[in-house]
Each structure stands twice: as structure tokens, then as C-alpha cells.
Design a protein. Structure first.
Length: 276
């Protein structure tokens, strides 16, 4: 089970792999249940997943120096189903927050949504038309910490209003980040009922950051720019420019993969800077 040579910009560096390897689930052959030894090195699987995410290719177009696409896709579906990408994302975020001398568990967050066009592979039950953005596709609802690091992601049809999606997103955030008590949001979440519900049900203060009265040109608004920058990070990966996934869980997985790549690069880049 030899390791492939690093060839593509999306491949992990040795420093990145040292961060990621301990966060991956144990191979079945090393567990009490047992199983066959894996034929392909885990690093080759991770590099293949990063290649698909970064380049936006079809699974069947995976270069032949990677493991077979069926094998890579199998790992992707299993790890998506068992929450592996979320666990890795969370551990890396904690490392970045600790390095910035912050509490690993945030107390405040920012939420927003992004509508993206959907490919023909996206079925009608999970797609819709966003009349405000004039987009037929899906909508990504995310919550980030105040540094823009992803806390939770929810993918829905694009016709779901932000106020309605918040009643799904906020409980999901509360379930994994109990310490979050203050959330900033834009005008799309304006609703007295929603603000009261968040306070009474989740003990979260929902702070609506509205546009400046009379604003006609672009103005950076407090806190809101943080989550907009996160959407920019996400769509730097070509797989996330549009939504190609049949399952919304797979859409969320590619968003998490793009954030994992960004965070491993940040952590190893800072480490290299300190040692030089």
C-alpha cells in the first residue's frame, strides 16, 4: 500500500497530512469488528477528494494516478453519512481559535445564506426558485464564528426563505455549540416572531444588522462581511460554484471539504512562518 507522489496543487503537504491523519476514523481492520486491510493509502483518498472539490470534475474523470473513482466515492459517501468531515472541520477550527488565543468554543456567531444554480443532476424535490436572486437551484445556510470559520451548514431548496430556514439552522447550531448566545444576521431574518422564538427556545439573542438608511452603494456592514468572506472561501473550490449533488448531504460535505482544505493550509502556513 504505497503512497502516491504529490502531483497537484490540491494534494496535501506532509505538514497537512500530519494534521489530518489522526482525525480520520480508524480502518475497519484495526477495530474489534475487523475487516480487510485497505488497499489504498488514506492520503491518496484524501488527495482525490480534495482534487474533486478543487477542480469540480465528474467522479469518473478522476485522474488514473488516484485510486479508482468508485473507491474514492465510496469513502466520500461513508464519511459523509457518519459525520467525519464535520468532526475534522470542528477539530481544525478549534486549533485555529486556540492559536489565536481564543476559547475553542465560540460564544457568538454570524448566519447568512447563499443561493446557487443547480445542475440537471439535482432533483426537483430538493431544488427551488429564489425569486429575489432569480436563481433556480439550492440555498446554503451557514453559521460561522466571528473569524468566519464554519460552525454548521444546511443545504435546502432555494425557495426556502431565510426566516424559515433559521428555525432549522439555529437548533442545529445550538445542538453542537451550546455556548453560542449571540448571533448576527442580515435583514432577511427580520421577524419579531423569529427573534422571540430564538430567545425563548434556544436562549440566543438574534441581532439583525440592517442596511444603512439611504444606502445606495456598497458599504461594509459590521459583522456581516465576515460570513460573506466565508462564502467567498467556499466558492473558490470549483465544485461549490454550482450545486451538482443529488443529495443535499453531499453538497454540505463538499462545503466542509473546502473549509477543511482552507484551514489545514492556514495552520501549516502559520507553522512554517514561525519556524523560518
Amino acid at each position: 500500500m504505497g503512497r502516491r507522489r504529490r502531483r497537484y496543487p490540491s494534494d496535501t503537504t506532509d505538514a497537512e497530512w500530519a494534521l489530518l491523519a489522526p482525525l480520520l476514523p480508524r480502518p475497519a481492520c484495526e477495530t474489534a469488528a475487523g475487516g480487510r486491510p485497505e488497499k489504498h493509502h488514506r492520503r491518496a483518498i484524501v488527495d482525490a477528494l480534495r482534487y474533486v472539490t478543487d477542480n469540480g470534475i465528474k467522479w469518473r474523470a478522476l485522474p488514473t494516478d488516484f485510486p479508482p473513482w468508485q473507491t474514492v466515492h465510496g469513502f466520500f459517501t461513508r464519511w459523509s453519512r457518519t459525520g467525519v468531515f464535520e468532526k475534522i472541520r470542528d477539530r481544525l477550527r478549534e486549533k485555529i481559535r486556540l492559536r489565536a488565543k481564543r476559547n475553542p468554543a465560540p460564544s457568538a456567531a454570524v448566519i447568512d445564506s447563499q443561493s446557487v444554480k443547480a445542475a440537471e443532476t439535482v432533483g426537483r424535490p430538493s431544488r427551488g426558485y429564489d425569486g429575489g436572486k432569480k436563481i433556480d437551484g439550492r440555498k446554503r445556510h451557514i453559521a460561522t464564528d466571528t473569524q468566519g470559520l464554519l460552525l454548521v451548514v444546511l443545504v435546502t431548496a432555494a425557495n426556502l426563505q431565510d426566516r424559515a430556514a433559521a428555525r432549522l439552522l439555529l437548533p442545529a447550531l445550538h445542538a453542537v455549540q451550546r455556548g453560542v448566545s449571540w448571533i448576527w444576521a442580515d435583514g432577511g431574518y427580520t421577524s419579531a416572531d423569529l427573534v422571540d422564538w430564538a430567545q425563548k427556545t434556544l436562549r440566543i439573542t438574534l441581532d439583525i444588522v440592517k442596511k444603512i438608511v439611504g444606502q445606495k452603494t456598497f458599504v461594509i456592514l459590521p459583522r456581516r462581511w465576515v460570513v460573506e468572506r466565508t462564502f467567498s472561501w467556499i466558492t473558490q473550490a470549483r465544485r461549490n460554484v454550482r450545486d451538482y449533488e443529488r443529495l443535499t448531504d453531499h453538497s454540505a460535505a463538499f462545503i466542509n471539504l473546502s473549509m477543511i482544505t482552507m484551514m489545514t493550509r492556514r495552520l501549516t502556513r502559520e507553522k512554517r512562518a514561525k519556524t523560518t
